[in-house]
Design a protein around this ligand. Structure first.
Ligand SMILES: *[C@@H]1O[C@H](CO)[C@@H](O)[C@H](O)[C@H]1NC(C)=O
Length: 407
């Protein structure tokens, strides 16, 4: 090359030949490109776990694997050099410290967080790191395997009831459909009912899924997300519920999450909501000053490394809570800043605190954590109560709906 240099190219500019200048500019350009793209990756919103999940799908496609996104296939290295062992630390957003730049931090959607296709090739694969027993896999792009995309648009409900139920629990769904779930128009307000479930695992998973598809064709009230349905995953279920409401039911005024073993007094619910604020409203059985369990044998144990505060912020017990529809979007956004604790109601309490929105007590009506012995009079004054397995909920419903005075 050197011998080939023609005189014209020997002209100097800042002491370098033209060819050297050109090479220098090319190298500078490449360096700037790599630098800029990395900057975006390591910005405050960047989350290595999420990045990994977003990209594992692509990698799988690249490698031609047909199976669903296996979380055991991920990446062995992270763009900023974090080791896999550091992942749980870097993914968690401290719950105690609210980000100071909260206002400026626009919560980018999971779609926009994806880095360009071209960068994927540069990444190296790493083993999947579980979030551990106290956190769940969220945010994550879950999909709906059974859906009712148009129902809310067609029915235009005032309030949407979402019953969180296990896939196998058809018995509870049928009891609800044949009792309080049959109230579709109350005080001139449309009430919509959906059952939300995750994926059944185990030997009979396929059979359960076939039955669910059949049930969905019959009743058109099932929504299924593609996460594993189990107790430890309730936070995923709740967040997927909020995402679903936001996508398919945002014109409703209110939503209520309710467990499948509850009795719900729908007319009282509608009456309460007709007088309630339309925005920033969340109510239920609101608990204040709940102490964090440090007993490893407790169902709700949380080690201090995962959650350092001694007392939970106010939260509405998960058995049944109500929110104005504007909150679905706000809570999903808040969740991007809060470590995904597996205890779903407490998690929503943390998100509410992040938003700076206070929970409200239901005025004039009650929610019950301990099952109320049935009487027409008592049930006429409540919004919701837990029930016992041995209570005949269909009989109770028929008795409750008989004409005549309640008390
Ligand atoms: C929760 O769901 C996720 C996503 O489907 C799954 O990877 C994880 O194993 C589930 N957790 C449990 C405890 O089953």
């Amino acid at each position: 090359m050197k011998n080939d240099v023609r005189p014209a190219e020997n002209r100097r500019c800042f002491g370098f030949s033209r060819r050297h200048n050109f090479l220098f500019l090319v190298v500078l350009g490449v360096v700037l490109f790599v630098y800029c793209t990395n900057i975006r990756d390591t910005g405050p919103e960047w989350n290595p776990k999420e990045w990994m999940k977003n990209h594992s799908t692509k990698l799988l496609t690249v490698f031609g694997k047909q199976s669903n996104v296996s979380k055991n296939t991920g990446f062995t290295g992270f763009p900023d050099g974090n080791s896999a062992a550091e992942l749980p630390e870097t993914t968690s957003v401290a719950t105690t410290q609210e980000p100071t730049t909260q206002q400026q931090r626009t919560v980018s959607s999971r779609v926009t967080k994806k880095t360009p296709e071209t960068q994927t090739a540069q990444r190296i694969a790493a083993p999947y790191v579980s979030p551990g027993p106290y956190l769940v896999e969220y945010p994550y792009e879950y999909h709906f395997t059974i859906n009712e995309e148009l129902k809310c648009k067609q029915e235009n409900p005032f309030v949407v009831l979402i019953v969180q139920v296990a896939p196998r629990n058809r018995a509870h769904r049928d009891i609800i459909r044949n009792s309080w779930g049959s109230e579709k128009l109350v005080n001139n307000q449309v009430v919509a009912l959906f059952f939300l479930l995750g994926m059944q695992t185990g030997d009979d998973a396929e059979q359960v899924h076939r039955q669910l598809l059949q049930e969905s064709r019959e009743h058109h009230d099932l929504i299924q997300g593609d996460f594993v349905d189990c107790y430890k995953n309730l936070t995923i279920k709740t967040m997927v519920m909020l995402e679903w409401l936001n996508s398919y039911c945002s014109s409703a005024a209110y939503a209520m999450k309710i467990d499948s073993d509850m009795f719900l007094n729908v007319p009282n619910l509608v009456d309460l909501l007709l007088k309630a604020p339309r925005t920033n409203y969340m109510t239920g059985l609101v608990t204040q000053g709940g102490r964090v369990s440090r007993n490893p044998n407790s169902k709700w144990f949380l080690p201090i490394e995962v959650f350092s505060e001694d007392v939970y912020p106010p939260y509405a017990l998960g058995l049944g809570y109500i929110l104005s529809l504007d909150l679905t979007k706000k809570l999903v956004e808040a969740s991007r800043h809060i470590k995904p604790l597996y205890i779903e109601d407490i998690y929503l309490g943390l998100c509410m605190r992040h938003l700076g929105i206070h929970l409200t007590d239901p005025s004039g009506y009650s929610f019950h954590f301990f099952p109320i012995q049935y009487s027409r009079c008592k049930y006429s004054k409540i919004i919701a109560t837990t029930t016992l397995e041995n209570m005949d909920r269909l009989w109770i419903w028929r008795d409750f709906k008989k004409p005549g005075r309640y008390c």
